[in-house]
Design a protein around this ligand. Structure first.
Ligand SMILES: NC(=O)c1ccc[n+]([C@@H]2O[C@H](COP(=O)([O-])OP(=O)(O)OC[C@H]3O[C@@H](n4cnc5c(N)ncnc54)[C@H](OP(=O)(O)O)[C@@H]3O)[C@@H](O)[C@H]2O)c1
Length: 314
């Protein structure tokens, strides 16, 4: 990790030996298209250079538009950004991977990706229906494709120079280990829920040993209240270091060696969530000692996108 007096420019090297991932990432899981556009532009202006997308978020077009106009407005180049998107569960069959990747690229208005992730380790029935259900409302899984089959198809995208790195999301250590062992191109990044209530210590340790970056989503516990933002340890540290609870939680994540994703939706929050600096060691340790345990997303056990909020329809 590059050391600096603040975390705004902190980057972590990926195992391809060439790419650096900015520790502070902006997540684009935003159901409203207009908010996607404005929040993505605001994030770019605030200084975020790492953007996390997914075909499942159904807003890659808006993100692409915001990035294209934002880069031009700020005189930035594509190479100044680190952009990730994810392969959805209904595209796990190897022959569906490259078309899904190309469709994401087209929507994002990009000609390469920095990182492509398998969104969850669960293959759903292949097709354009992202959420296939049987007559009883149960998810229809696809038992004929393994995670390794899908991984091999991602490796071919790297071979073709279409993306610089590949990884997995919503994965547990027991599923990561066999992929790591069999992979010709090792996973560079693992994106999972992680925060002081779900530190994923064992997974983080494995990732550090193997040179994999752990990319934490929900570092603010999805902003749920009651929750992490109101935890007495977090609010006490925030008062002591004269930062907001959100800034303290984001700092803790970077300080323990993970990259993170956060989704501020206004310009003021984008500035707040980007203005992250190291915590004093005692404050960092105090947060690491929090004993509450809570997983907010069940997706690692089912592949079901329960975490994706539906846009309100009027
Ligand atoms: N791989 C996966 O399965 C998966 C799952 C979930 C998320 N993700 C990724 O992770 C990204 C981050 O999502 P997240 O929900 O984890 O984001 P987050 O930043 O941890 O939480 C967002 C929530 O926190 C609130 N918030 C943001 N900044 C705040 C601040 N400074 N003070 C107080 N509240 C604040 C937001 O409120 P407002 O809405 O009021 O602004 C929102 O309710 C997503 O966009 C997506 O890219 C991936």
């Amino acid at each position: 990790m590059t050391e600096s007096s603040d975390f705004r420019t902190t980057t972590i090297p990926l195992n391809d030996g060439a790419t650096q991932i900015p520790a502070l990432g902006f997540g684009t899981l935003i159901p409203d298209p207009a908010v996607t556009l404005s929040a993505t532009k605001d994030a770019l202006v605030a200084g975020f250079r790492h953007f996390d997308c997914a075909e499942r978020y159904r807003n890659e077009r808006e993100v692409g538009e915001a990035l294209q106009s934002g880069l031009a407005a700020q005189g930035l180049a594509r190479e100044d950004l680190f952009v990730t998107t994810k392969l959805w569960n209904s595209n796990h069959r190897p022959e569906r991977v490259e078309p899904a990747f190309e469709a994401s690229l087209e929507r994002l208005k990009l000609n390469y990706l920095d990182l492509y992730l398998i969104h969850t380790p669960f293959a759903f029935q292949p097709g354009d229906e992202q959420d296939p259900r049987d007559e009883n409302g149960n998810v229809i899984y696809d038992g004929s494709v393994t995670l390794l089959d899908t991984w091999r198809a991602l490796e071919r995208l790297v071979d073709q120079g279409k993306c610089r790195a590949i990884g997995l999301s919503d994965i547990t250590l027991d599923k990561l280990e066999p992929i790591y062992a069999s992979a010709r191109i090792k996973p560079a990044v693992v994106q999972v829920e992680s925060h002081p209530y779900l530190p994923e210590t064992e997974l983080l340790q494995f990732c550090k040993q193997k040179g994999i970056v752990l990319l934490a989503f929900a570092p603010l516990g999805h902003g749920m209240k009651p929750g992490l933002l109101e935890d007495p340890v977090i609010t006490a540290v925030a008062a002591r270091v004269v930062k907001t609870p959100a800034q303290v939680l984001l700092a803790w994540a970077v300080q323990r060696g993970t990259a993170l994703l956060t989704t501020p939706k206004s310009a003021a929050r984008a500035r707040e969530n980007f203005d992250i600096s190291p915590l004093p060691e005692d404050a960092f340790d105090e947060i690491s000692r929090i004993q509450t345990r809570q997983r907010l997303n069940d997706v690692v056990h089912t592949g079901r996108p329960g975490f994706i909020p539906r846009a309100k329809t009027t």
